[in-house]
Design a protein around this ligand. Structure first.
Ligand SMILES: Cc1cc2nc3c(=O)[nH]c(=O)nc-3n(C[C@H](O)[C@H](O)[C@H](O)COP(=O)(O)OP(=O)(O)OC[C@H]3O[C@@H](n4cnc5c(N)ncnc54)[C@H](O)[C@@H]3O)c2cc1C
Length: 414
């Protein structure tokens, strides 16, 4: 696997692609690969001059592992993943994944940047173009397509993250609420070492501290407490704040690689489509990282939209198929927003809330909750389906003891 920075500016003449994607995060890159696999001409426009190499997300849920395996991308990632966790969590309540009905009954612990690198390599190998240092600032849309930066395409997909320009310019509402909780995230080295195992977050004292080994002496720090709550989302993170947070677990800071803040703002696009413009990933939904869902949702949005859009572009399905992208994916993200909001409440460091969480843990159907967090609670699945069959991104008919079954390019019965 390479980590090359593909910069196509000046080296690729791009005439009228089928699809322009705004944003080369995990969602945009997954979509680019899916569309290219389906035979579409794709251009990704990325505002950044180069990839940062930083990782917000650190995990693949079981459904995302299936998605990547279906395209032959998982093995390379498993080979470099620092952890495989046979469990997930809901507000720090452990959920057993080992009995889930999937070939991948675990979370793959892997930094987002490694997933992005593999997706970029794959989409480029299939003929997609990625242009770095080119933002989408304005576009026009009409009945037959879109015009972006002077380039004409049939469709534009906004995979341009939480502050999506595409979403704002297409006039799609983004209802929900602003953040109430603020926390810090940092990648650091530690003086005197740190934990060797990945552990799941749990409230502790007057806040929350999670420290995870990422390999090569680097640790991920997630901290929430009074100092973080008093800070603003865009305030810089002084080293002293990280030192103080680590001190709660008796750990000592060496150096900070990068640090930032995040909130539990919770919003979802009212529509995922406006004419020939679509939204996917964080451009369509934002929520707290509780339970590790955001990147996973984006990959799965792209997986669903990709094959549908490719079929429409090949003339094999009517354009109305594209309306089913929203009807399929909007409810999935709405449930994630619901569960992250619930987790936010259950993780408030307060004795009464701790009692509530303990009662909830006793009463909850932990298998159903695990299925939900794993992303396995939607879609009509064919038990025992060989995911290698899906490598070509096309529909298949599979013989079963009950007769032939139509399987979609994403593995669901349909
Ligand atoms: C602290 C933290 C921890 C997290 N942990 C997890 C986790 O463990 N598991 C999980 O699943 N999720 C996690 N998430 C969420 C996850 O990181 C996001 O959901 C994911 O990055 C969304 O991917 P995306 O491609 O939709 O958007 P982004 O990753 O935001 O990518 C959008 C891209 O679009 C580019 N862009 C923006 N505007 C434009 C424009 N106008 N034109 C062109 N390009 C543009 C940006 O530069 C960027 O490269 C976490 C988030 C945070 C903040």
């Amino acid at each position: 696997m390479t980590t090359a920075q593909p910069d196509m500016r000046g080296s690729a003449r791009i005439n009228n692609p089928d699809v322009i994607i705004a944003g080369a995060g995990p969602t945009g890159l997954m979509l680019a690969g899916e569309l290219a696999l389906g035979g579409a001409q794709v251009v990704v426009l990325e505002r950044l001059e180069a990839r940062t190499g930083q990782s917000k997300a650190l995990n693949l849920q079981p459904r995302s592992a299936e998605v990547l395996a279906a395209r032959g991308l998982l093995d390379d990632l498993l080979a470099i993943a620092p952890a495989r966790l046979p469990r997930g969590h809901f507000a720090g309540i452990h959920l057993d994944y080992s009995q889930l009905p999937t070939p991948y009954p675990y979370q793959v612990g892997i930094p987002q940047a490694r997933v992005e690198e593999r997706l970029a390599e794959w989409s480029l190998s299939l003929g997609a173009k990625i242009l770095y240092g080119v933002g989408v600032d304005a576009f026009t849309e009409d009945n037959s397509g879109v015009t972006v930066n002077g380039m004409r395409a049939r469709f534009l997909v906004g995979c341009d993250g939480a502050r999506s320009t595409v979403r704002r310019q297409s006039g799609i509402d983004f209802p929900g609420r602003d953040g109430r909780l603020c926390a810090l995230v940092a990648d650091v080295t530690l003086a005197g070492g740190g934990p060797s195992e990945w552990t799941l977050p749990a409230p502790k004292g007057d806040g929350l501290l999670t420290v995870l080994p990422l390999g090569e002496g680097v640790f991920r720090v997630l901290a929430a407490g009074p100092a973080q709550m008093a800070a603003g989302r865009d305030d810089p993170v002084p080293d002293s704040e990280i030192t103080e947070a680590l001190g709660r677990d008796g750990l000592a800071l060496d150096q900070v690689r990068w640090a930032s803040r995040f909130t539990d703002a919770s919003r979802q696009a009212a529509r995922y489509r406006a004419g020939n413009v679509f939204l996917a990933g964080d451009a369509a939904h934002i929520h707290s990282p509780a339970g590790g869902q955001g990147l996973n949702l984006g990959l799965q949005d792209a997986f669903t939209l990709g094959w549908k859009m490719a079929e429409v572009l090949r003339g094999e399905s009517p354009s109305s198929l594209l309306d089913t992208y929203e009807s399929e994916r909007h409810p999935v993200a709405a449930r994630v927003l619901q569960s992250t909001r619930a987790q936010g409440v259950l993780m408030v460091p307060d004795e009464d809330v701790t009692a509530l969480r303990e009662v909830f843990a006793e009463l909850a159907d932990s298998h159903a909750l695990a299925m939900r967090m794993a992303g396995l609670d939607y879609g009509r699945r064919l038990p025992g389906l060989d995911l290698a069959l899906l490598r070509d991104g096309r529909r298949h008919v599979v013989d079963t003891p009950d007769g032939p079954v139509d399987v979609r390019p994403d593995g669901f019965i349909g």
